[in-house]
Design a protein around this ligand. Structure first.
Ligand code: UDP
Length: 249
């Protein structure tokens, strides 16, 4: 093990940011944050800050991309130049193209694409601040923004990673753990349907470590799922209160 790995987790199993191995970073989720969008969501997942806007179902541009048998889901994951310590070029990188595809493929199983032929939905993911695990936080927020748009869904999709840091399997890696740790397993999951929509792995894990990481990530997803549902509920509680106040005036 190299020296730089030594301090990420102490003898008591406490990580550099004070978390236990199976503890999530603090989360904040909100919907309806972009009035111009059909659906929107904002997530703070640890130091990650991500905004998602959903537009559609609407006509597909360019037209030749539309499908006569189903709706087309388009996702664009973009990191702001100021989102990471070393300025990122605003031009789309290979990583952003890959993550756009990964996010789209994670969300598609939750949508009834066949019900909306010749239409498209655009999902714009803007990463304002990144600190590891942005693909997962983006999926969680994008699913919430889709639900906020009112499109019927089989279930919400929620994502979280687990991985290995200094021989310990840990939940929800932040940037330093992602870069210096041994492995990273992002999982996207539809908790109500008990169906996984994304499973990736960076680096190598033993079979028992892999199983532990996947189970840990799915447990993390279930915790975030509760917060997703609360965020949707909060929006409607707010509307209910506003309507009540208006009626009383
Ligand atoms: N990152 C960075 N500059 C970049 C791309 C990524 O500093 O141009 C950081 C950022 O904090 C990101 C982390 O590297 O969250 C891990 O990136 P990865 O590709 O593993 O995706 P993520 O873990 O965010 O899903």
């Amino acid at each position: 093990m190299s020296e730089k790995h030594e301090k990420l987790i102490d003898k008591k199993g406490i990580r550099l940011d004070g978390r236990k191995a199976d503890e999530l970073r603090p989360l904040k989720l909100e919907v309806g944050v972009i009035p111009n969008a059909d659906g929107s969501a904002y997530i703070e997942h640890g130091k990650n800050k991500i905004l998602v806007g959903v537009f559609g179902p609407r006509e597909v541009h360019p037209k030749h991309l539309s499908r006569s048998d189903r709706m087309v889901l388009k996702c664009r994951y973009h990191m702001a130049p100021f989102s990471v310590p070393e300025r990122k070029s605003p031009a789309p990188s290979r990583r952003e193209v890959e993550l756009s595809k990964v996010i789209r493929e994670s969300l598609e199983p939750a949508l009834f694409l066949e019900l909306y032929p010749r239409t498209g939905i655009d999902v714009f993911v803007e990463v304002l601040q990144a600190d590891g695990g942005t693909r997962c936080a983006s999926i969680t927020a994008a699913a919430l923004a889709l639900a906020d748009s009112g499109i019927p869904m089989r279930d919400l999709v929620v994502a979280c990673a687990a991985g290995k840091v200094e021989d310990t399997v840990v939940l929800d890696l932040y940037d330093a753990e992602d870069k210096l740790g041994a492995a990273d397993v992002p999982v996207a999951y539809m908790p109500n349907l008990n169906a996984v929509t994304l499973l990736q792995m960076d680096d190598i894990l033993k079979p028992e470590e892999f199983e532990k990481a996947v189970n840990m990530a799915m447990d993390g997803c279930k915790q975030i799922y509760t917060l997703q549902k609360e965020a949707l509920k909060n929006k409607y509680m707010k509307i209910k209160e506003e309507t009540k106040e208006e009626a009383e005036e």
